[in-house]
Ligand binder design. Sequence first.
Ligand code: 13P
Ligand code: SF4
Length: 306
Amino acid sequence: MDNIQIIIDKINYLKTKRNAVVLAHNYERGEIQDIADFTGDSLGLSQQAIDQEADIIVFCGVHFMAESAAILSPEKKVLLPEIHAGCPMASMVTADALREEKKKYPKAAVVCYVNSTAEVKAESDICCTSANAVEVVNSLEEDEILFVPDKNLADYVSRFTTKKIIPWNGYCPTHNQILPEDIIKAKEAHPNAEVIAHPECRREVLDISEKVLSTTGMLNYAKESDSKEFIIATENGMLHRLRKENPEKSFYISSEFAVCPEMKAINLHTLLQSLELNQYQITVPENVRAKSKDSLDRMMKIKRNR
Ligand code: 13P
Ligand code: SF4
């Protein structure tokens, strides 16, 4: 038996022994997605965290995702196998800075993308993900929306609402560096391919894409579509499941640089260590947890659309 198979067997053994469930985001390494009990987008994984009967949730993703699981399921032990796996976009807004900005727009509702810290969620009225951002914004009574932290998602939402969207100046470095030139080049190489982009991409990229979808939206669409070829404008880990679930179709990356190092930080070794050593447990102080849970609960009532 090779080394990798020994590690996989140990992970599976410990999962059963410790009543643990492994959740993995669609951008994780292929081998992590393959061993996970559930893979999905931010919204789907938050829901899975609630639904699981397990004692331990091992969250293979970045810090804010494990934090959301800890907020929603405080009775479970939530582990993040790599403590340094954080989201640079989530770090672009702090609770203090948001409190200051709120003073400038006292009538605005605050919508915060789940890619944010628990403290920022606690300062917000409602959360959203890429799968429901438009619906969340349109569900609110307020006419002004302070939207944090992703300026690209804010811009995308502004096209589907009559409300005034006040964007924060944050962005995902991985998506923001996908350029229209990359899409044009990929289209030249694959003229029959449909372009599917994530709304964290800049407007000029979305403008030349056929579909704008969350990561799970991409998986659903690729299955339904009659197209046989797709150019995928998002983090490149996305291609693993797309190819696995649609072996008769072809998927091409939009840019070789569309890789999020944070999402690649977890590997089979760190996953095994996490189960063996109970590391790293993610917790949220109760005063912050209760308020941030309100923002997540409000979001959960709104249906996904993308
Ligand atoms: P979704 O999986 O919700 O589309 O999010 C993308 C993302 O960037 C997560 O970090
Ligand atoms: Fe954050 Fe972007 Fe990485 Fe997602 S892909 S974790 S938004 S930096």
